[in-house]
Design a protein around this ligand. Structure first.
Ligand SMILES: [Zn+2]
Length: 411
């Protein structure tokens, strides 16, 4: 047993000052507003299970910290029943997190506020240097420019990379589609770039699909799911993530859910991992272009080319057959994951979202045919809904200390 007694529910009979009583509720309250689950002070009160006075003090403190705004003169919505309540919103010019993403076709920086709101983005860049320090230096500099232009306070920085990130050291273990050295210490390099740019606050790094799943769970298609499975293509390759009870399941050393190397075609193409027929090479944008007999062009990203092909040429039998082949392989992979993980929702991103849009019945039928649970009650399969969900997820990493303890993080 730990020596610290668990805090009991605070009653009304104590003589403690309001804020002292409510301090432990600041983080949970901020998370409720951040994830859109407490649009009013009345909802906040009931979600926290505290008195109206405590909820009022908590909301006032979060407002004083510049994180949320509480409307001073609540009006009842037309036709609504009961007493009007103060609306709670993320503060208009509140602090932001610096979010950075590197992928096979470039990199991008953005400022992301609470609520997963992208406040500003720098133009994407299309060349990724083989030296991670150069790329990360450039993307952080782009973010620092945004901070200077907007004058907003920064709580910290988060980076999304198309590689498993091994913990506890933050190493990019398999940057297969970048020319980066295997095991590059991306978190340390990123943190050094952030410090060198004069940005205060902690720096974090994570796998891009993990971060996309986290963002979708908090702000998008994954809201409310308890066992959320996310499978997505980046610009190259395929990744997966699992969010259990609101937390990313990353395994013992950060490497869980490397679904890209699930074999879905035993006679398929050789994969960079040494195996053959992995989802990574059988169900990504390049695989679609090859399957459809199209020569990949250099002008736009492979992801754009593949998405455009399905959107603009689906009537072409060759494109249709290629799309169906990818849907079948993706379905086979998802079925295996459903059997192992028993998720209550699956969300698909990148090209997989486009495959779902193209023929949802076919994809759902493959998953149902091949999975135990699919036979009885099918798992909902939905498209991701956020634009730039990996960037938003990278920002979530930087927001986490503030969500855990707003007073300590912002003091
Ligand atoms: Zn592989």
């Amino acid at each position: 047993m730990s020596g610290k007694a668990a805090p009991g529910p605070t009653g009304n009979g104590t003589s403690k000052p309001r804020l002292d009583r409510g301090r432990g509720a600041l983080g949970p309250a901020l998370e409720l507003v951040h994830t859109g689950r407490a649009p009013t002070r009345a909802v906040l009160t009931s979600e926290l299970g505290v008195t109206r006075a405590t909820a009022g003090a908590v909301a006032a403190e979060l407002e004083a910290l510049g994180l949320i705004s509480v409307d001073a003169h609540p009006g009842a919505a037309a036709g609504s029943q009961g007493r009007p309540s103060h609306r709670l919103e993320v503060a208009e010019n509140g602090p932001v997190a610096l979010a950075a993403q590197v992928h096979a076709d470039g990199f991008r920086a953005a400022l992301v506020g609470l609520g997963g709101r992208i406040v500003a983005t720098a133009p994407g860049c299309e060349a990724v240097d083989a030296d991670p320090a150069k790329v990360l230096g450039s993307v952080v500099e782009a973010g620092a420019d945004l901070l200077r232009t907007t004058g907003l306070r920064c709580v910290g920085a988060g980076l999304a990379v198309p590689s498993a990130v091994a913990e506890p050291d933050g190493l990019a273990l398999n940057p297969l589609h970048l020319a980066w050295p295997v095991g590059a210490p991306v978190r340390r390099i990123f943190a050094e770039c952030v410090r060198a740019a004069g940005i205060t606050g902690p720096a974090f790094a994570g796998n891009d699909v993990n971060l996309a799943a986290l963002a979708e769970h908090r702000h998008g298609a994954g809201r409310g799911a308890r066992d959320l499975l996310c499978v997505a293509t980046g610009h190259r390759g395929v990744g997966g993530a699992l969010v259990l009870d609101g937390r990313l399941h990353t395994g013992s050393s950060g490497l869980a859910l490397e679904v890209g190397h699930l074999a879905v075609n035993p006679e398929g193409r050789p994969c960079h991992c040494g195996s053959r027929g992995c989802l990574d090479v059988e169900a990504d944008p390049l695989a679609l272009l090859i399957e459809a007999g199209r020569e990949p062009g250099p002008e736009v990203s492979l992801l754009r080319q593949a998405e455009d092909l399905i959107r603009d040429h689906y009537a072409d039998p060759t494109v249709r057959r290629a799309t169906e082949a990818l849907i079948d392989r993706l379905g086979l992979g998802l079925a295996g994951l459903v059997n192992i993980l028993n998720p209550d929702r699956i969300i698909l991103g990148g090209l997989h979202r486009t495959l779902l849009d193209a023929d949802p019945e076919r994809l759902r039928a493959v998953v149902a045919d091949r999975s135990l649970w699919g036979q009885s009650g099918s798992v909902p399969i939905l498209p991701c809904t956020l634009s730039h969900n990996s960037l938003v997820g990278a920002a979530e990493l930087a927001w986490q200390p503030v969500l855990d303890d707003p007073l300590a993080a912002l003091r």
